[in-house]
Ligand binder design. Structure first.
Ligand SMILES: CC(C)(COP(=O)(O)OP(=O)(O)OC[C@H]1O[C@@H](n2cnc3c(N)ncnc32)[C@H](O)[C@@H]1OP(=O)(O)O)[C@@H](O)C(=O)NCCC(=O)NCCS
Length: 108
């Protein structure tokens, strides 16, 4: 599922979600990208929070997952500051991160 990130009708970025709930109760986030001229303006964090909210509203979804290159300090910093934790490393060296999105059902 591709998404445009927009502000007042202007496109500032993109992202994609893959629904994996039937396999593992998760949704995967791919390709979060904010236009270079708009970076550091809060759009990445705002988009990520909206994704967490959206995914948390889906039946049967416990976690949002993604992978990130270890040298991508901007993205790693963003994900850690939004509560993601590292679950492992992919075969090609990317960090596996995930965050609980439906805290009420997880804790009950
Ligand atoms: C990673 C990315 C999505 C962040 O989006 P953004 O709109 O620039 O980020 P925000 O302005 O919302 O900043 C949120 C946090 O990200 C981190 N961050 C963003 N840019 C950073 C930079 N250049 N250096 C260090 N940290 C950075 C900071 O923790 C920041 O919080 P702070 O402002 O309180 O310090 C953006 O840099 C991007 O599109 N990068 C290229 C594509 C990419 O790498 N995507 C991630 C794939 S996993």
């Amino acid at each position: 599922m591709p998404y445009l990130v927009q502000d007042a009708g202007h496109s500032v970025g993109v992202l994609a979600l893959v629904d994996e709930r039937e396999c593992n109760g998760q949704v995967a986030l791919f390709h979060l990208l904010i236009d270079a001229s708009r970076q550091r303006g809060g759009y990445g964090r705002a988009a990520l929070r909206l994704v967490i909210q959206l995914v948390g509203s889906l039946d049967g979804c416990q976690r949002l997952r993604l992978t990130v290159h270890p040298d991508n300090h901007a993205a790693v910093s963003l994900y850690l500051s939004e509560g993601f934790t590292q679950d492992g490393v992919t075969d090609d060296g990317e960090l596996r991160f995930s965050v609980a999105v439906n805290r009420a059902s997880v804790s009950s």
